[in-house]
Design a protein around this ligand. Structure first.
Ligand SMILES: [Zn+2]
Ligand SMILES: [Zn+2]
Length: 280
């Protein structure tokens, strides 16, 4: 059996309490999705790693089976009113490739995995979380870009989350940010993998603009990045990246929808075939 859904009918990027910095049970996200009129909801916890690397910002490895159990229970409970997928948002690190492929998507049977780059090595070879604060510098921006493209090339991911997250640390639009953006977009185009306009970033950016009364272009989503995405015609997906049930289709998601429209990007649809998700 096969059914197609427009991007407005699904959300594939959600984090419950399992991720360590989200709130709410998996089932509460499902209820919120039903209330918002969605047809498909994908949970995508920040993926646990066997050695609990990045443990402060993600699910612990010991919680993985419970998480999968909760997703499958919600899937059964809401059958007929909401399709529920169990996914994971994976930070690209070369050495975990086999774990993502063989264990998560293989043995554990997750429905999909998402690509993210939240950590980059700095000039002192220290791994930094990509957040506002310490500037990334041009070498750091290149390392971010290489890592993101390697993740895309792995072929393991349904789409790439917030590819323009680098805007938090590389806060200007110049020849470097333009060429790194082009490289990511070109790779996604060639590999035919959608890139995500992220609702959480949109909400944080809008809140900051209200507070500081100034434009926050280099908070993500970075408009210049998406202008290039529109020019190249790469596939684009909008998600909420909700960390609370009420954000499944909240202000961030709505702002991200409007932003996508403004940018004139090419939106994806989703096909569910024999219970498996794909994007077209
Ligand atoms: Zn998160
Ligand atoms: Zn996320």
């Amino acid at each position: 059996m096969e059914k197609q859904y427009s991007n407005k009918q699904f959300n594939l990027h959600c984090h419950s309490f399992y991720c360590g910095h989200g709130e709410g049970e998996v089932d509460e996200f499902c209820q919120a999705a039903i209330n918002a009129g969605l047809e498909v909801l994908g949970e995508s916890e920040h993926c646990p790693l066997p050695d609990d690397r990045y443990g402060s910002t993600r699910m612990q490895y010991a919680q993985l089976d419970n998480y999968i159990h909760d997703c499958r229970a919600a899937e059964a409970k809401h059958a007929g009113s909401l399709i529920v997928f169990c996914g994971a948002e994976c930070d690209w690190v070369d050495e975990y490739r086999n774990y993502y492929e063989d264990e998560l998507l293989g043995k554990k049977g997750l429905d999909y995995a998402l690509l993210s780059v939240h950590y980059v090595f700095d000039e002192n070879n220290q791994e930094q979380l990509v957040i506002r604060g310490k500037p990334l510098g041009t070498a750091g921006l290149s390392r971010y870009t290489d890592k993101y493209i390697k993740g895309l090339e792995s072929g393991l991911f349904l789409f790439g989350c917030h590819p323009d997250l680098f805007g938090m640390m590389y806060r200007q639009w110049d020849a470097n940010s333009a060429s790194c953006s082009r490289a990511i977009i070109q790779a996604a185009l060639e590999l035919d993998i959608p890139l995500e306009i992220n609702g959480l970033g949109m909400k944080r950016k809008t809140d900051m603009e209200k507070e500081k009364h100034e434009s926050q272009d280099f908070m993500y989503p970075v408009p210049q990045f998406w202008e290039i995405a529109a020019e190249y015609g790469v596939k684009v997906i909008v998600n909420s990246d909700s960390h609370r049930p009420e954000d499944v289709y909240g202000e961030g998601r709505r702002l991200a929808e409007a932003f996508a429209l403004d940018m004139g990007v090419r939106r994806v649809s989703m096909i569910v075939r024999d219970g498996r998700p794909s994007v077209v």
